[in-house]
Design a binder for this molecule. Sequence first.
Ligand SMILES: Nc1ncnc2c1ncn2[C@@H]1O[C@H](COP(=O)(O)OP(=O)(O)OP(=O)(O)O)[C@@H](O)[C@H]1O
Ligand SMILES: [Mg+2]
Length: 374
Amino acid sequence: MLIKSLSMKNFRVYEHAALRFGEQTNVLFGENGAGKTTVLEAIHCLAYTRSFKTHLDGELIRYETTEAKVGGNFSGDRKNDQRVEMFLSEKQPKHIKVNGALLSSQADLIGRIPLVCLAPEDGVVTSGAPADRRRFFDKLFSQVDSVYLQALQQFNRVLKQRNAQLNDYAVNGTPVNSELLRALDTQVAKHGAVVQEKRAEYLQKFKTFVYEIYQELEREKTFKAAYVPSVKPKAGETVEAAFQRELEASRPADMRRGTTTTGIQRDLFLFYLNHQEIRRYGSKGEHKLALVALKFAEGRLLEDYLTEKPIYLLDDLFAELDIKRSVQIIQSLPEGYQIFITSTDLADLRQHGMTLESEKLTVFDTGKLRDVAA
Ligand SMILES: Nc1ncnc2c1ncn2[C@@H]1O[C@H](COP(=O)(O)OP(=O)(O)OP(=O)(O)O)[C@@H](O)[C@H]1O
Ligand SMILES: [Mg+2]
């Protein structure tokens, strides 16, 4: 997939801007605040309906204006060209158009434009709470498998109902409707089991990619990923049966605490470097390198299932990394893909081993992009 052109109107710092991108590496350079990350945010919005920096769409609208618009023309390896537009307004809900037709649900955009984004905000994937890692994998697996997305949504819906019952009992002493609770358990177990089985399956595939990529970036250390589900089936037991059994067993404790203590909302994804958990022991650079490997593996998995090459957005790629690792990353950048890289300084990119004279490169002086009428 390629994004050929982008237009922005009242999007953050841009009053008007229009850009045409190169098919391979696009470098956005400019001083702090020039608007580099904003260009990546705009592209991200067209693939995922939202920014990677904020979930508050209002923040994207230019100060002292009330409406913003972003539009992009995409060209697929297999799919036909498509034009995606996002409209933001303070007065009405956001809407998205694909080829001029309004999307009825924003979820319809999922999986249409494969895109991998690596930004400083993603640091939580390796350093944050277990929920941050679940979010990383949920987003990825949802794009490659709509059944995963549906099961996860159904699970969250019934879990919320179950928790509401439990909480009402724990806080207000409202007697629980055990028939309702039993019915909810069945649903929680059913959808939860689908998610759990698919998490195990997709992580297996993901591991083969990420191990290979990490090896390329850093030969001297071994990276490992593990999935530790909260629900543990006994020998010969299905995941769904185990789920049901654990929900029943934990019911008294769940009633006391007012929440569900077993299930996929408690699953762990763990990352190790030389058998030590990165989250606890990793240095800044080790975190970053692991994140780069995870993101490149995300791209490989997306491509494998969607049979479409993803676009890569790499914001502040070299922050935290030493020259040796940066050079290694430059050499391992996926080839034949459209990549966006931001930098405050071209000399800095050169120093990190990037050849800027190559004909494969398109360079933007970001500070000069503003007020170019679309
Ligand atoms: N809603 C908004 N309206 C107008 N300007 C905004 C809005 N939101 C952010 N800005 C400004 O837009 C500018 C560009 O931000 P951006 O994050 O794109 O810069 P950057 O080039 O990535 O900088 P850095 O090198 O520091 O990462 C900043 O000065 C920021 O304060
Ligand atoms: Mg930035």
